[in-house]
Ligand binder design. Structure first.
Ligand SMILES: Nc1ncnc2c1ncn2[C@@H]1O[C@H](COP(=O)(O)OP(=O)(O)OP(=O)(O)O)[C@@H](O)[C@H]1O
Length: 364
């Protein structure tokens, strides 16, 4: 997919700006604090319902503004033009897709696919399980419509069981929600396992190119209970008295994780920061590739501060590879990275200056 228009108002230092991105490589340069990352943040907010820099109410909304407002227009590979608007006050949000109000932010997220690589992305590899669960579920939400339905069923049942646990609910009441949890939870796990199976070979091949010394050869799902020994229904029943004591559900796919297998190093603790970044980048790019194969079009790819995240050789490999796919790419930096200048004929360059956007070549 290709963004053709991006309007941002009330976001960080942007009062109101508009961008008409190019179809291939888009470079945003500017001084520190000019607002480059904020442009990617706006795209990410529409595509994920949240920022990669923390909660909306923690500073995303411009000081003195009531709300952040984003409008994006894009073209799908089929030629269909789509448009989405999002207004977020920090407490409440309103979304529109193709001219109609949406009931769930998830509808915007399902329509617009953006993959963002930013300075915090190494957390996918070295941080907690939540981001890894989100990543795999992101892939599934976009290609399996049923997944969202079953995921919502699970989330609702989990909430109900937790409420009953806290209230010291009766066994018959817990039985009802555990049945629902077990059924939807087994389905979620089945989908996650199948997805990892598709993702693994693409991830291994991307990692073999970007970080060959790591010898990445596995992606193993940890389902959130001892699935090789018992069903989720049995695991929930077995955990019931402990869960009643703590007031929360200790087993199930909401506790799942997945682990990367490295043949070249003892484990993720041995990764340098740069290697963790390359591993995260391999995950994101291979997932974008898998998405392109399953959904028939590449997501928009956004790199925040590419030049300080990757060495020159890796920058060139990644940019050249993406140009060959035809994906639309956004890159920010204080200066233009040589890897992008090598594709000058495809490059749309915008300068970000004190919260304003100025296409390169236009007078300020
Ligand atoms: N809520 C807010 N209201 C007004 N201005 C804000 C708010 N939050 C952040 N800013 C300002 O907006 C800018 C955010 O810049 P951003 O991080 O997008 O810049 P950048 O060009 O990517 O910078 P760098 O190169 O330093 O990473 C900063 O100047 C910051 O001080």
């Amino acid at each position: 997919m290709r963004l053709t228009r991006l309007d941002i108002a009330g976001l960080r230092r942007f009062d109101g700006v508009s961008l008409a991105p190019g179809p291939s490589l888009n470079l945003l340069t500017g001084a520190n604090g000019a607002g480059k990352t904020s442009v990617l943040e706006a795209m990410h907010l529409m595509a994920y319902g949240r920022s990669f820099r923390g909660r909306v109410r923690d500073g995303l909304i411009r000081q003195g503004a009531q709300a952040v407002e984003i409008f994006i227009e894009w073209e799908e590979a089929t030629g269909r033009t789509r448009k989405a608007g999002l207004r977020h006050t920090g407490q409440a949000w309103q979304g529109r897709l193709d001219g109609a109000d949406v009931a769930h932010l998830g509808e915007l997220c399902a329509a617009l696919t953006v993959v963002t690589f930013e300075p915090g992305s190494h957390d996918l590899v070295t941080g907690g399980a939540e981001n890894r669960r989100r990543l795999i579920d992101w892939g599934l939400f976009h290609v399996e419509q049923e997944f969202l339905v079953v995921w919502r069923r699970y989330a609702r049942a989990l909430k109900q069981r937790n409420a009953l646990l806290k209230a010291g609910g009766r066994a018959e009441e817990l039985d009802v929600w555990e049945r629902e949890l077990a059924e939807s939870g087994e389905a979620i796990t089945h989908s996650r396992e199948a997805y990892l199976g598709h993702w693994m070979p693409r991830f291994a091949s991307e990692a073999a190119d970007l970080a060959p010394s790591l010898g990445i050869d596995r992606l193993d799902l940890q389902p959130g209970w001892r699935r090789d020994e018992l069903s989720l229904a049995d695991a929930l029943l077995l955990a019931r008295s402990r869960d009643l004591a703590t007031g929360f559900t200790s087993v199930g796919p909401h506790r799942a994780d997945w682990r990367i297998g490295y043949a070249g190093i003892p484990g993720r603790e041995a990764l340098s920061r740069g290697q963790a970044k390359l591993t995260a980048l391999s995950l994101l790019l291979s997932q974008a590739r898998l998405h392109a194969e399953l959904a028939g079009e590449w997501p928009v790819i956004a790199f925040d501060d590419l030049a300080s995240e990757l060495d020159r050789d890796h920058q060139a490999r990644v940019v050249d590879g993406l140009v060959a796919t035809g994906a639309q790419v956004f890159v920010t930096g204080t200066e233009a990275p040589p890897a992008l200048l090598a594709h000058a004929e495809r490059l749309a360059h915008v300068r970000v200056e004190e919260g304003r956007l100025r296409p390169e070549g236009q007078a300020s």
